[in-house]
Design a protein around this ligand. Structure first.
Ligand code: PLP
Length: 407
């Protein structure tokens, strides 16, 4: 396979660039996320975007723009590029007159887009000789970590809030993760990971606290650009908790522009939170650079129940710089729209995906989405992972069946 063009890493707040590739890194010396940098000038000469896109291997096809150096360290679980589906009926449902596409990230290994970040982070951990990994999770990151790490022969310690969906907890333990429910939020779980570091000797894979999950998430942006024939959509809606996906997509767009793969046009990035946990939306409305912790966070869209995020300032910057915004949507309304859109289009979103769709509905009604905007909503995971309303009827085979009554 082609080689990685990684050169070094850089602090996201100070720009300090003396962090070596091929070494174990957590946060920068300033306590902020590190960003991997690549020799894009060389890659521009050497690589052809369409040749790369034509490769197989899902997100692993972008090897030049990923940090893993050696083929034998790539941990693969049959990744495929996820489909982008036109959803005209859903567009009518939410009152958007223009194009609506949904990118279904529920098709990845372990059925959420977390596979992108953890596939790459676990492969890097292997390359760097790490054998014991730990992480806080709201569910989907835990199962992705467990699956990739077990395949790589590594040990994992995973901590999740009590109210994490049961399926996330069980899929994680069944795939080899040692998982604990904690009577706190995901940031409380993160504190346990930090506190146990020394005595347990584990490596902390928390979102943006190590640099390589972001590189994996970046492939979402690379992939969708290719699927849009290198002309990005006008608006992207993404359900956001820690923010790695938004930061990753944005990094992909910037790298692709430097490579001459896309032009300067950027989508408006709509960062979507739940009104039950909306620290970024609150900071955005107040014009703040950083967000403060959201107390008593509660939402059924568990993937976005993140009271405080270490990369908050990067997400806020991106929403502003792109001409987008950070919005919060109502939980009851999103559960209703979850059901309505699934019935209508035969596509089972996850509640987080439904939150993104609800933000589009609000944007169309409030007029900040134009009727001719080409909109992409990212469905971040598979709806089957969540508790669903049971609306089936029952039939008794010992009695005559009233077929007319079935309609
Ligand atoms: C983790 C997660 C999110 C939020 O992603 P971030 O990159 O942390 O903002 C959204 N939806 C689902 C289903 C998730 O698992």
């Amino acid at each position: 396979m082609p080689k990685s063009y990684i050169t070094h890493l850089e602090c996201s707040i100070t720009g300090r660039a003396d962090y070596k590739a091929g070494a174990v890194h957590g946060l920068s010396k300033a306590g902020r996320p590190l960003l991997a940098r690549y020799d894009l000038d060389a890659l521009k000469k050497d690589a052809d975007r369409d040749e790369i896109w034509a490769r197989s291997g899902g997100f692993w096809k972008w090897r030049e723009l990923l940090p893993v150096q050696k083929d034998e360290n790539v941990i693969a679980l049959g990744e495929a590029s996820t489909p982008i589906l036109p959803c005209p009926k859903t567009a009518v449902l939410v009152g958007h007159e223009g194009e609506l596409m949904v990118k279904d990230e529920g098709r990845l290994p372990t059925a959420s887009f977390k596979a992108r970040g953890l596939g790459v982070a676990v492969s890097m951990a292997k390359e760097l000789g790490l054998t014991r990994l730990a992480m806080p999770t709201n569910g989907n990151a835990g199962s992705a970590l467990a699956a990739y790490a077990s395949r790589a022969g590594m040990e994992t310690f995973i901590f999740c809030p009590e109210e994490t969906p049961l399926i996330n907890v069980t899929e994680t333990s069944l795939q080899g993760g040692k998982i604990w429910r904690v009577n706190g939020m995901i940031d409380d779980c993160g504190k346990i990971v930090a506190a146990g570091k020394e005595s347990m000797g584990w490596f902390d894979l928390s979102t943006l606290k190590e640099p390589y999950r972001l590189e994996g998430k970046k492939t979402l942006g690379l992939e969708l650009a290719a699927q849009y024939d290198w002309e990005l959509p006008d608006v992207i809606f993404f359900p956001t908790g820690g923010g790695t996906a938004v930061v990753g997509m944005w990094k992909a767009f910037n790298e692709m522009e430097a490579l001459g793969w896309i032009g300067p046009k950027r989508p408006k990035m709509i960062v979507v939170q739940s009104s039950g946990c909306a620290p970024l939306a609150r900071a955005y409305d107040a014009g703040e650079k950083h967000a403060t912790r959201w107390e008593n966070a509660a939402t059924l869209a568990s993937g976005i129940r993140v009271p405080q995020a270490v990369g908050d300032f990067i997400v806020l910057d991106i929403a502003r710089a792109s001409g987008g915004r950070v919005v919060a949507v109502d939980d009851d309304e999103l559960m209703e729209l979850w059901g309505e859109s699934s019935r209508l289009e035969g596509m089972l979103l996850c509640p987080e995906g439904a939150a993104a769709l609800l933000a589009l509905k609000n944007g169309a009604h409030e007029g900040w989405i134009a009727p001719d905007d080409k909109v992409l909503v990212v469905n971040s995971g598979n709806g089957l992972k969540y508790e669903m309303p049971d609306t089936a009827g029952a039939l008794d085979i010992l009695k005559p069946i009233d077929f007319e009554g079935l309609t």
